[in-house]
Design a protein around this ligand. Sequence first.
Ligand SMILES: *Cc1c(COP(=O)(O)O)cnc(C)c1O
Length: 367
Amino acid sequence: MPAPLPLRPELRGLEPYGAPQLDVPARLNVNENPYPPSETVVADITARVAAAVRGLNRYPDRDFLDLRADLAAYLAGESGADFLTAEQIWAANGSNEVMLHVLQAFGGPGRTALSFAPTYSMYPEYARDTSTEWVVGRRAEDFTLDIGPAVAMIAEVRPSVILLASPNNPTGTALPLEAVEAVADAAAEVPGGAVVVVDEAYAEFRRTGTPSALALLPRYPHLAVSRTMSKAFALAGGRVGYLAAAPEIVDALRVVRLPYHLSAVTQAVARGALAHADELLAQVDTLRTERDATVAWLASRGLRVADTDANFVLFGTFDDGHTIWRGLLERGVLIRETGPDGWLRVSIGTPAEMTAFRDALVEVAGL
Ligand SMILES: *Cc1c(COP(=O)(O)O)cnc(C)c1O
């Protein structure tokens, strides 16, 4: 008998996270931007990567203040958050890693992270991986946050980290600033303190008039807003996520990051992409229009559709969502089975991909 592996008991029998990566004509399951970078952008990023490669015998800039300054400037332009300094920005290999840093610094054994479901399926995994207890409340029937019960739950659970996705995944629901303020006020009352993270991975897709929680940062030193270059920015393969918060929060994240976690190549790619932000984000309006059209079309077919400020739409409900999902896949359209039960999520693709989605759904669901 070989010696047993001392795997942590809570990891026994678990499978790694993984949405299917299948080579089908319409890949609408992980909320990517369907438009690849132009050849102009490719050429500029490639030149910057070449310059970085010439120095790869050295470790990269481990504080990467140039990239952090670029990200601060981007947020100032995108959301009017012109008060942010480079010291208030953190970045890592995807906002998933940023969030892990948050849990490593502010969670841990004997502490609790709190969120409200349905929400992003990775949150409980960050908690598990950092030995943080995970507690999840419920969102309202329409997937918004019921402020009264949420505030009561914070007082009762006394979490050290509260995670709010806005726009939420998988529902697309954006939170009004009053909801974030109520949660941040309740967090300020938690003995020992609580950090509130608003995960704005889909912020650039929000509808006109929907605010960003960045505006609240000057008033709440225990608030952080995370963003990513994976979605609107069309850079999912680059693996760059970031967060804006008070310098005290960022300094805590710097303590737990591994040395040189952001490679020189990644930094070059991210700065190159930010230099072409306007071009990379040029299709966001097209995607928002296509999203609103998809919502209207699904509703016109008698389906339930969640209000969405993101680049995806949650719709249903089906007695057997899996059969619908499989039927679409057989027709070359890959979407996501996310739950809640009976609901399916489709990412917004190109017009041709959305036509393929609609045609396949009419056939499979008999709409
Ligand atoms: C896609 C997504 C992210 C981004 O993940 P990256 O690691 O930056 O690619 C973060 N939060 C939510 C809710 C998401 O759906």
